[in-house]
Design a protein around this ligand. Structure first.
Ligand code: APR
Ligand code: PHB
Length: 393
């Protein structure tokens, strides 16, 4: 059985794991990444597509910004829409910051290319991945790869293995609290081969429910509809999807151009935070420790924040200073709760909740009042702009 030694063993080759391995490598710290899915599967997962300005800066600083600079679509703001009116919120004018539309898969593709060129060790298609002895100074990861059993000893183990991963449960239950809430709605998302009908993202609250118009490129549109979490995708023909989008996104004098739908799926929405991101020599990053509903597109951005904080801590550790590594958990959670409240605010601002019929109509009108307030108050718009483009404290 191959016995390997590395400084940092990383479980999961999603954006968190690949980015951490890359950031460490740039500072001369070796790591090994172990992923249980195939490379194509990881690359094929469709996720959100908005990078905060700070995320763009981080990727660029790490040498991952070339294609991002060429193909990323810089947006100065977003549109909010309700009651048949559309209002532009101009982040650039309000606070001098922007966001960049660039799909998460593109970030992953760039990371894989960088690791390939550098010769990093990433074991895709690994089976029976298990972590051992995270409370000791020589924790281990075991797994099977191409029929061969592997046993890696490391200084640290990082759980970058997403919400359904194994690392979070290596923390004793008595040391961990889990905070979560589910929402009474889900997102039906489509990719369509059609030029976006808008220059910037549209977030719309409609009596029938939320709708959003996003994009992936000048030729590919990404759109979402609020649906009941119990809905089956089979019940939504392409015609029905476009019809609902036309109704919910429609405003006078504007056209939504339809095109062939190349992908459609329904995603439930949840908020989730684990009470700690570190335990002895185990650290969690990204979705392994927390999940946000997608309104506001914070999932990938807060994963990048975690990786930035943890990479800095590990780099300092190997230079003889443990201050930042010891502070990682608190720093990550502090950021996360700021992100959570914003994602919850955006979600509850824009979705129709009809579970309690008695208050549904009141709540809908109150939501419109809140949107009306945002549209009239420069202070409220700045608060939105600051949080949407990234707080970067
Ligand atoms: N062993 C090895 N790898 C595992 C295991 C396991 N037992 N369990 C899960 N994984 C892998 C998954 O297959 C996946 O590739 O860990 C990876 C986790 O990746 P993500 O779920 O993408 O999580 P993360 O890298 O933290 O990225 C966060 O993804 O879900 C979105 O909105 C979220 O954009 C955010 C980003
Ligand atoms: C996306 O393009 O997939 C997207 C954009 C903004 C969001 C969520 C998802 O808030």
């Amino acid at each position: 059985m191959p016995h390997e030694r590395t400084r940092v063993a990383i479980i999961g080759a999603g954006p968190s794991g690949l980015l951490l391995a890359w950031a460490l490598r740039q500072s001369g710290i070796d790591s090994i990444v172990v992923e249980n899915r195939s490379r194509d599967y990881v690359l094929g997962r469709i996720r959100a597509g908005v990078l905060e300005q700070g995320s763009v800066e981080t990727l660029t600083r790490l040498g991952l910004g070339d294609r991002l600079a060429r193909e990323g679509l810089v947006h100065d703001g977003i549109y909010l829409q309700w009651g048949g009116e559309r209002q532009h919120i101009d982040f650039a004018e309000l606070i001098g910051r922007t966001v960049t539309v660039y799909g998460q898969q593109e970030v992953v593709k760039d990371l894989m290319a960088a690791h390939d060129a550098a010769g990093s060790t990433v074991y895709y298609d690994s089976a029976d991945v298990a972590v051992h002895g995270v409370e000791t100074t020589s924790p281990r990861v075991t797994f099977t790869h191409e029929g061969e059993a592997h046993d890696i000893t490391a200084d640290f183990i990082v759980g970058a293995d997403g919400f359904h991963g194994i690392c979070r449960s290596a923390i004793p239950a008595s040391e961990l609290a889990l905070y979560d809430r589910t929402y009474p709605y889900a997102w039906l998302g489509i990719l369509a081969d059609v030029a976006p009908s808008t220059d910037e993202l549209i977030y719309a609250l409609h009596e029938d429910g939320f709708a959003m118009h996003s994009m992936r490129s000048p030729h590919v549109s990404r759109l979402y509809l609020q649906v009941d979490p119990a809905e089956k995708i089979e019940a939504w023909s392409d015609e029905r999807i476009w019809e609902a989008l036309q109704v919910r996104l429609g405003v006078d004098g504007w056209n939504l151009t339809e095109g062939p739908i190349t992908e459609k799926s329904i995603t439930p929405m949840r908020s989730f935070v684990a009470s700690r991101m570190d335990y002895k020599n185990l650290f969690l990053v990204g979705d392994a420790g927390h999940i946000v509903p997608p309104t506001g597109a914070k999932g990938l951005n807060s994963a990048i924040t975690d990786v930035t904080l943890l990479a800095a801590g590990l780099i300092d550790h190997y230079a003889g200073d443990d201050t930042r590594l010891a502070g990682y958990g608190a720093a990550s959670l502090g950021n996360q709760w700021r992100v959570q409240q914003f994602s919850q605010w955006m979600t509850e601002l824009l979705h129709r909740d009809t579970t309690d019929l008695q208050s549904a109509d009141f709540n809908y009108r109150s939501q419109r009042g809140r949107l009306d307030y945002v549209s009239r108050s420069a202070h409220a718009q700045r608060a939105l702009a600051e949080q949407y483009t990234g707080l970067g404290f």
